[in-house]
Design a protein. Structure first.
Length: 361
DNA sequence: AAATCGGGGGG
DNA sequence: CCCCCAGATTT
């Protein structure tokens, strides 16, 4: 720690600010550990505004841990579709099953037990135990890291392990042991609403008098960050394969990108511009379907964290509904109206909208 | 320690 | 277009 701060004054300013400025969020009303648990899974690497509709839907449909534990994987993926990071949905289900089986339906109140739950790491364990059970564990999330990096002018690159090892003990020291729940939420709230990445509102910050970066007029220099590596380009041909009113939908592998999500069968390449001959060869030789290319549509772009993807829809008319595909974990010939019964990832959902597959077929 | 895993919103 | 976000897990 490179500066001495009046810890009591720090706590007082932070908590009174939170009392006056806390956003009204559904998981903060009539608090219960289940709400904290569900919201924390969704909030991993995802902003509040994006989580809100999903939290409301899930809480309404699955009001307790037993409802979640009873879900099929396919169904929780379907409900989660569009929120991203789908391993969270699988882990939420597995963790819920474990809570019912091993902990009698109650969230385990020790760090050691909480960390045995899939999808729950240090941050989420600390968050649930502090926010829902008022246990004295400090949280270190993206918001807190940014706030601390400014308060104490942390020079380590913010995503590095070095930075985390420097920031964690500071958070442990700063933690308000009397009000850990409010303290943690307040620090995260401060980062989300005031100590923002760009144009932070230092004037209205309750702890600006304790902020080294603010004193040095150097808030814009923190957190320290190095540019990311360039994204890889990926090009997909996405085949809408029709036979009468049916078209082919397949399930992705259980590992890797968009694991176990459903989509139209696709050909992946690292370069653009496959010939029609090559596309038809994929259909005939790899899928074993005889048919013809009806139309090649304009491609759509979709950005992933590490990929810059382009999807080119290709409409195929098949001679028959072939029923065996060794290359897919699962598949189904479905009618357009049945599309909503499957967990479809966002890029392919865009394609169904562009091609108006749900309505026109 | 680095890579992977989604998607949306903001500058 | 690039940036970031109530991180966890695998390599």
């Amino acid at each position: 720690m490179n500066q001495i701060i009046n810890i009591n004054s720090f706590h007082k300013n932070l908590l009174s600010w939170f009392d006056n400025h806390a956003r009204i969020l559904p998981w903060r009303q009539n608090p219960h550990w289940y709400k904290t648990y569900l919201s924390e899974f969704m909030l991993q690497q995802t902003q509040v505004d994006q989580v809100l509709p999903y939290f409301l839907k899930f809480y309404h449909k699955y009001p307790d841990i037993y409802a979640l534990a009873n879900l099929e994987e396919q169904e929780i993926l379907r409900q989660w579709a569009g929120l991203g990071y789908y391993s969270r949905a699988r882990n939420l289900r597995k963790a819920s099953i474990k809570i019912v089986k091993n902990f009698n339906g109650n969230f385990p109140e020790t760090i050691k037990d909480a960390l045995t739950l899939p999808g729950i790491g240090i941050y989420t364990a600390h968050a649930i135990l502090s926010i829902a059970f008022n246990k004295p564990y400090a949280v270190v999330d993206g918001n807190v890291k940014r706030v601390i990096s400014r308060l104490f002018t942390i020079n380590e690159e913010i995503t590095s392990i070095k930075a985390l090892k420097k920031i964690t003990p500071i958070c442990d020291f700063l933690l308000n042991k009397k009000y850990p729940s409010k303290h943690n939420e307040a620090l995260m709230e401060l980062g989300a609403t005031t100590c923002t990445p760009i144009n932070p509102d230092c004037q209205s910050c309750p702890v600006n008098l304790f902020c080294k970066a603010n004193q040095d007029n150097a808030v814009h220099l923190f957190p320290v960050r190095i540019p990311r590596k360039a994204k890889r380009n990926v090009f997909y041909y996405t085949f809408i394969i029709k036979h009468n009113e049916y078209f082919l939908l397949i399930k992705r592998e259980a590992k890797g990108l968009l694991a176990s999500m459903w989509e139209f069968p696709s050909l992946e390449g690292i370069e653009k511009g496959y010939s029609q001959k090559k596309l038809l060869k994929f259909i005939t030789n790899d899928l074993g379907i005889n048919g013809k290319i009806d139309h090649i549509y304009k491609s759509i772009k979709h950005q992933y964290t590490h990929l810059s993807a382009s999807y080119t829809p290709v409409k195929i008319t098949a001679d028959s509904k072939k029923q065996t595909f060794e290359m897919f974990p699962d598949w189904k010939w479905i009618k357009p109206g049945e599309l909503s019964q499957y967990p479809i990832h966002t890029a392919h959902k865009k394609i169904t909208r562009n091609l108006e597959i749900e309505t026109k077929g």
